[in-house]
Write a protein that binds this ligand. Structure first.
Ligand code: SGN
Ligand code: CA
Length: 513
């Protein structure tokens, strides 16, 4: 018997609250974060590349917003992923380089916040954080870098299983399976972590040779002489000296007997080997040396890289198709990004690490039906520290105060994103040295026009670029007459950012620089 209004309301709440909660949960958007590895923005159609075949990523850009200037804080894999989870710089989340430390999962992670707020969370594919996922209800991840063919996956609680197939296909298959089986009373957040397009660029069988009829143009700074740039000169990531005939170009007969070829099934090996045997024959027949050999290696590198990206893009397409078929598309935000950028021959390089444009910048596209105007382009400087707070904001979840990034949801929903007040500078700090690739640790600042960098740990030198006059960053004008005031201004801004982001270590180095 109900005796008072209070009793009546409590009964009402008791009976209908779950329904209310359910309908609210239904309204909250799902989020899929497709996170590739080493996928260069300049290798994507939507970013202006007219050779690459990336129809699915281009579709996302057409239907959503493309960020022209998304920068990473530390251009390598693990650190970028640690930043994704924490919304913090490497010096704050403790993960400065790939795998020399354990990622501290006790700290604030956006995934834990999403869980607390009723989201179902999953990580499928590459994670590369030297630890198992925390804050994820479901996961099935590659150990470390993982393999392209017949990869192992670690699933809960900690079981390793080898699966037959190409890694990009398997990741999509597992993601779709999870989407089908998930608890559909809750909104979800899913990371689809792709291995492609990481070195050693092994395309799916159907993509072998996809770019064999293309001759890739040489970047303007392909034959960079690194004059006045000690660190660029001393790196070990050039197509000329560092790229290997074995693992990278896959044409060494010993490697084909052994190496990663060992993982193939006999059927896969037959097709893969037949293709690279032909390439090996071509190398033998041509017997190139000097510049001709470097340029041949460059063509081979890009053919493999782009062919691997074809499989990545096709799999993104498969996932988008599934979202359409299942009806999930309209209430699911799809984000596409990569853990950092990559050199596709600029400065004569592959790999990343440097603050120079192609590795500092990473692709970022967000599709949010009904909220983001299709075909939006956003020029403002967003950063990977912003990813965690943005995801939380999109999911109406409180952003913990210790996150250093800022939600860029306001940019996404603005009628005119240019009018939203935003940062004009980006701060960068890279650490991993000397292995692999011998890139000296450095920090720096990028503004719309300039980039000022300090390399330390042996290189101890400043670099300054005027990107308006020198967009390919080959001319270090630090110390040149006429640059005094801009240098002073940039140094002051750099110091200010270090203070703001609490980079004490860098402040000490800066004081002695
Ligand atoms: C491997 C690669 C390197 C690459 C690092 C880090 N060598 O060591 O070229 O820089 O990973 O990449 S490989 O021959 O083993 O592929 S990252 O994306 O994980 O940071
Ligand atoms: Ca990477």
């Amino acid at each position: 018997m109900i005796r008072s209004f209070r009793q009546f309301t409590s009964l009402f709440v008791l009976l209908f609250a779950p329904l209310l909660a359910f309908s609210q949960a239904e309204k909250r958007p799902n989020i899929i974060f497709i996170f590739s590895d080493d996928h260069a923005y300049q290798g994507i159609g939507a970013y202006g590349n007219n050779i690459a075949k990336t129809p699915s990523i281009d579709r996302l850009a057409r239907e959503g917003a493309l960020f022209k200037n998304c920068f990473v804080t530390n251009s390598i894999c693990g650190p970028s992923r640690a930043t994704l989870l924490t919304g913090k710089y490497s010096h704050m989340n403790g993960y400065r380089d790939n795998g020399r430390t354990l990622f501290d999962t006790d700290q604030t992670l956006f995934s834990k916040e999403l869980q607390k707020n009723g989201y179902q969370t999953a990580w499928i594919g590459k994670m590369h954080l030297n630890s198992l996922p925390v804050g994820f209800d479901y996961w099935n991840i590659l150990p470390g870098q993982g393999h392209y063919y017949n990869p192992d996956f670690i699933s809960q609680p900690n079981d390793t299983t080898r699966h037959t197939g190409h890694v990009s296909d398997l990741i999509t298959q597992f993601s779709t399976e999870w989407l089908k089986e998930r608890d559909d009373t809750k909104p979800f957040f899913l990371i689809v972590g792709h291995k492609a397009t990481h070195r050693t660029w092994m395309p799916a069988l159907e993509d072998l040779g996809a770019y064999d009829n293309v001759t890739f143009p040489l970047p303007a700074n392909f034959y960079d002489d690194y004059e006045g740039r000690v660190s660029a000169r001393d790196q070990d990531m050039s197509i000329d000296k560092t790229m290997r005939m074995k693992e990278d170009l896959k044409i060494d007969p010993d490697y084909q007997k052994d190496g990663l070829f060992r993982r193939f099934t006999p059927e896969q090996r037959k097709i893969f080997k037949a293709y690279y045997d032909k390439v090996a024959q071509e190398a033998k027949d041509k017997n190139l040396t000097g510049k001709a050999l470097i340029e041949w290696k460059y063509q081979r590198y890009l053919r493999d890289y782009y062919a691997t990206a074809n499989g990545l893009d096709r799999n993104i397409g498969k996932l988008l198709d599934y979202l359409d078929e299942s009806g999930l598309a309209k209430n699911t935000i799809v984000i596409y990004s990569s853990d950092q950028g990559f050199y596709l021959g600029e400065h004569g390089w592959f790999d990343k690490r440097f603050i120079y444009e192609e590795s500092l910048r990473t692709p970022l596209i967000v599709r949010y039906p009904g909220v983001v105007k299709p075909g939006t382009t956003i020029e403002q400087f967003v950063m990977n520290i912003d990813w965690a707070p943005t995801v939380l904001d999109l999911a109406s979840t409180k952003i913990p105060s210790d996150m250093q990034g800022k939600s860029f949801f306001p940019l996404l929903k603005a009628v005119d994103p240019k009018k939203v007040p935003w940062r004009n500078e980006a701060y960068y700090h890279y650490y991993e040295f000397p292995q692999p690739h011998h890139v000296y640790p450095h920090f720096g600042i990028r503004t719309e026009r300039y980039k000022l960098v300090y390399f330390y740990g042996g290189a101890d030198s400043w670099e300054l670029f005027d990107m308006q006059k020198d967009p390919t960053e080959v001319s270090n004008i630090y110390g040149q007459k006429g640059t005094e005031s801009v240098t002073k201004e940039l140094k002051a801004k750099l110091q200010k950012l270090m203070i703001e982001y609490k980079d004490q270590e860098a402040l000490k180095i800066l004081a002695g620089a």
